[in-house]
Design a protein around this ligand. Structure first.
Ligand code: PBG
Length: 362
């Protein structure tokens, strides 16, 4: 078997790695802006965009800067923007979520009027940004998350979003039956073309940490009675099957990196497109390490996004979507191989400095 004993050596896999053109030709995985979705936050009552400290480079937008970000996203050829709204006032029932003039509904309208059909307007259908207890649904008198009452609110919320101009609604609350209820409500409202991107597989994860800051979440405790246990993959496939049966057009796995095996299993199990969400904590880890000079930032981002595609995701939601797409456009304009492996990595700097080479080396 050991062909090292063969002389001369006939099998030399390294031949396919000899030059950038060779590596590009045999690359099995690719990524393009059309497969990337940019999540974006918009907060009520801001005069200026507010930086999110645990997600360097990501902000809570004002309505005005959100519009600009959406135009940029469309210009870069991104698939879409996923909108999250942060209201000034939260209450137990998350009533801001059903306010036709609430922050998220307004944002959907504003962004749709900017981008039209050039890029998809997607909206998070969930109550956690709107509730004062921070849970994804309304609570029973004993403090449990009330599945069926919550689903009824999601259905109303989805119709509101569709009427405001969302191309895609994305229920993320992990309530049982949410997809079917939303599909029925959309159809009854005549919104038969509104697409449902279902967070079908969503694990209770520590990696959502920075997102909690991003949406000013007041959650204490955890979401383990509705989000999934990270030990389970069979359960993920059951969740996916239920969502597809209820009318999900696209199913999503989230988080991505600690669950790449789940992305792979879901992609093998369904015939609808599969999305994966490269979440806040995954972003924060790379940014923090890069800021210390411990890893080279841009190659790390390329590697993360490639890994999610390689695992089987057709669509990737990432806070790096805009940056990556801009770099992609630049690389193409310069005739470099995409994704770039043409140039050697910029050297790591000493700790404390950011390892930042020129965007694309000449
Ligand atoms: C719920 C929602 C969450 C995220 C997206 N939608 C938070 C949660 O379930 O706790 C997390 C996204 C991220 O961490 O980047 N509305």
């Amino acid at each position: 078997m050991n062909n090292l004993s063969e002389r001369p050596l006939r099998h030399r896999p390294r031949r396919l790695r000899t030059t950038p053109a060779m590596r590009a030709m045999v690359a099995e995985t690719s990524l393009a802006p059309r497969q990337l979705v940019l999540p974006a936050f918009v907060a009520e009552g801001l005069a200026e965009p507010r930086p999110i400290s645990s997600m360097p480079g990501v902000v809570q937008h004002t309505m005005d800067t959100l519009r600009k970000a959406a135009v940029q996203a469309a210009g870069a050829g991104l698939a879409g923007v996923m909108l999250f709204g942060i209201p000034e006032h939260k209450d137990a029932r998350g009533s801001g979520a059903l306010d036709p003039d609430g922050i998220l509904t307004q944002a959907i309208r504003a962004v749709r009027s900017e981008v039209g059909d050039d890029c998809l307007v997607m909206s998070d259908v969930c109550l956690d940004e709107f509730t004062d207890h921070g849970h994804c649904g309304v609570l029973t008198s004993t403090g449990a998350v009330d599945n069926d009452a919550t689903v009824a609110l999601y259905a109303e919320m989805a119709v509101l979003h569709a009427e405001a101009g969302a191309h895609v609604v994305a229920p993320s609350g992990m309530m049982d039956g949410q997809v079917g209820a939303i599909r029925d409500a959309l159809d009854a409202a005549g919104a038969v073309d509104t697409t449902i991107l279902a967070y079908a597989v969503k694990y209770a994860s520590a990696f959502y940490g920075p997102f909690r800051e991003a949406v000013d979440s007041s959650l204490t405790g955890d979401r383990k009675t509705y989000q999934q246990d990270g030990a389970n993959v069979g359960e993920a496939l059951r969740e996916v099957a239920l969502d597809v049966a209820q009318g999900a057009d696209i199913v999503m796995v989230k988080p991505a990196l600690a669950y790449l095996d789940v992305v792979r299993a879901v992609a093998a199990a369904v015939d609808v497109p599969v999305a994966a969400y490269n979440i806040s904590g995954e972003y924060a880890m790379v940014e923090a390490a890069a800021a210390h000079g411990w890893i080279s930032r841009e190659p790390a981002i390329d590697e993360v996004l490639t890994s999610i595609r390689r695992a089987g995701a057709d669509i990737v939601l990432s806070y790096w979507a805009q940056e990556w797409a801009d770099r992609y456009t630049l690389r193409q304009a310069q005739g470099a191989w995409v994704p770039s492996r043409r140039h050697s990595e910029p050297p790591l700097t000493s700790p404390g400095q950011r390892a930042e080479g020129p965007e694309v080396q000449p």
